[in-house]
Design a binder for this molecule. Structure first.
Ligand code: ZN
Length: 330
């Protein structure tokens, strides 16, 4: 076999609440995983310590020495500059401003480290090992507490001028819409994310609409989550179904924009909210079809993400490995 299959990489998927760390090879085989909690409120140093502890546990489980790693890749949420290895800002990591996360991790691991946006990483994971294998022009969209994305053009991740491209969740859908964590109003993720769905449900409950959603939130409107709305919808709750269809409508509005701008062959949809399935996605695809050009809509295929929670770690690893190879070619 080629040497590549034995090249070992550490992939880290840093989320606002959880850290997933994995030892992988360059073919996308995962040797070990470690799950831990992100101490997001305790600042970058505390998060760094958690990443390191998680990395050591993953290495131990895989029986791999740190020195055997070719490199490490970290996928992080927020506005990221991969070239400087910097997290500019992140709605999921409160207080982070211009944090040089790549260098912090690299210094402590003693291995060459690369930093990439988490949704960009997931797009790369799906491109190399998942639902987008072989695609030339595709867009990855993660519907989660927010909405992230990754844009692949001619088989390469489109990174933009400062490496921050793909923030599809922050395209304006309603110029007077709800305030977004980015400071703008009516961004896609303020209307079509899990957070948006839960917010709308809470609002309607407070207005006194009859619903069983509260039964899935310990009777407390403040504890209503997208998951609670989904559970109620599955039991036939009218309001829950209506709210999910409304969220799907807004998902579709954003998809139509992406289809018209990029004319992709494929849109891969991942993220926890997408697990709701047809009652969310059917209205989304219908609206996208009504709003996009007929020709571009006919040319696009939709697929569900295939790698689940592994897309981010695998993508971070593959990003790191390809950047390492670029460096060695210089
Ligand atoms: Zn925004």
């Amino acid at each position: 076999m080629a040497e590549d299959s034995r090249t070992l990489i550490l992939g880290v998927d840093l989320g606002g609440t959880k850290i997933l760390t994995a030892v992988t090879d360059s073919r996308g085989k995962i040797l070990s995983r470690d799950h831990s909690v992100t101490p997001a409120r305790d600042g970058p140093e505390a998060v760094l310590e958690s990443i390191l502890e998680s990395a050591h546990r993953a290495l131990e489980r895989a029986e791999v020495a740190m020195s055997a790693l070719a490199c490490a890749g970290v996928g992080a949420p927020g506005l990221i500059d991969p070239r400087q290895g910097m997290v500019f800002t992140s709605p999921h990591l409160p207080g982070w401003r211009d944090v040089r996360l790549r260098d912090m991790v690299e210094e402590r691991l003693g291995r060459k480290t690369f930093l990439v946006n988490d949704a960009n990483a997931a797009a790369l994971g799906e491109l190399h090992f998942g639902a987008a294998r072989g695609a030339r022009n595709f867009i990855y969209v993660t519907l989660s507490t927010g909405i992230g994305g990754g844009i692949v053009i001619d088989g390469e991740l489109y990174s933009g001028t400062i490496g921050a491209a793909g923030e599809v969740g922050h395209m304006t859908i309603d110029d007077r819409g709800p305030l977004c964590s980015c400071g703008n109003r009516g961004c896609w993720e303020t209307l079509a994310s899990g957070t948006a769905l839960a917010r709308e449900a809470r609002q309607r409950i407070e207005e006194g609409v009859a619903t069983s959603i509260l039964e899935y939130a310990q009777g407390d409107a403040a504890k209503v989550t997208a998951q609670a709305v989904h559970s109620a919808a599955r039991q036939g709750d009218g309001l829950a179904q209506e709210l999910i269809a409304r969220t799907g409508y807004y998902v579709g509005v954003g998809l139509a924009n992406l289809i018209n701008i990029f004319n992709p062959e494929l849109i891969v949809i991942g993220g926890g909210l997408s697990n709701i399935g047809d009652i969310l996605l059917e209205p989304a695809f219908k609206v996208a079809g009504e709003r996009a050009y007929r020709e571009t809509f006919r040319a696009v295929r939709f697929a569900s993400a295939a790698l689940g929670r592994d897309s981010g770690v695998l993508g971070a690893a593959v990003f790191a490995f390809s950047e390492l190879r670029k460096l060695s070619r210089r």
